[in-house]
Ligand binder design. Structure first.
Ligand code: PRP
Ligand code: URA
Length: 208
């Protein structure tokens, strides 16, 4: 299954609050980070572990640790930054790869303006973060970039997903699992998710 709509009551409650048009920038930001942390918990449930021996208080102890190279978190600028601290609260050692993409508001085409990827991506688990999956153009462009750089295991966390965007990502990249707080109804004629959250970047950065 490539799409996971997480039913946790804390997520349902917080997302309900985020849909309020009169929610302050401060509260919108805080809840974006909180839901991002809860989605991170779900999306990392099957990360591979390896055994290691450490010196404990009573001598040698076998413990487990996450196997392999550090995870890379990939915020899609700008709005993805609004989820970054939430993800890092659970994976504080993660490396951050930044992708700058803006959607052309007339054509809905995704235009890449920045690419700062960490090294050894072929050995890292990548977690893309963006509050909104609308047409799917920005997400597909990001996955294309990561795969071109050698990334093999990619998951995406989005606060809200439209069925149109889910289909587009699944058709282009069926191996990428998407974790979301909500699969919403549809896109309107301006490419906005209904009921959605409005313009997530503007609400996070206070530019609306
Ligand atoms: C928004 C959102 C996604 C994209 C989704 O960003 O954060 O990145 O639109 O739309 P899509 O699925 O149709 O590509 P936007 O382009 O508004 O830029 P911003 O984050 O800088 O505000
Ligand atoms: N980008 C947003 O911020 N919101 C939408 O509903 C669609 C794209």
């Amino acid at each position: 299954m490539a799409i996971h709509e997480i039913q946790h009551p804390l997520i349902r409650h917080k997302l309900g609050l985020m849909r309020r048009a009169d929610l302050s920038t401060k509260n919108f930001r805080e809840m974006s980070q909180e839901i991002a942390a809860l989605l991170t918990y779900e999306a990392t449930k099957d990360l591979p572990l390896e055994s290691t021996t450490i010196e404990g208080w009573c001598g040698e102890v076998n413990v487990e640790k996450i196997a392999g190279k550090k995870v890379t978190v990939v915020p899609i600028l700008r709005a993805g930054i609004g989820m970054l601290d939430g993800v890092l609260s659970l994976i504080p050692g993660a490396k951050v790869s930044v992708i700058g993409i803006a959607r052309n508001e007339e054509t809905f085409e995704a235009q890449t303006y920045l690419e700062r990827l960490v090294g050894e991506l072929d050995q890292r688990f990548a977690l893309i973060i963006d509050p909104m999956l609308a047409t799917g153009g920005s997400m597909v462009a990001t996955i294309d970039l990561l795969k071109k750089a050698g990334c093999k295991t990619i998951r995406a966390l989005v606060l809200v997903a439209a069925p149109e965007g889910i289909r587009t990502v699944q058709n282009a990249h069926p191996d990428v699992e998407i974790y979301t707080a909500s699969i919403d109804s549809h896109l309107d004629e301006n490419g906005y998710i209904v009921p959605g959250l409005g313009d997530a970047g503007d609400r996070i950065f206070g530019t609306r």
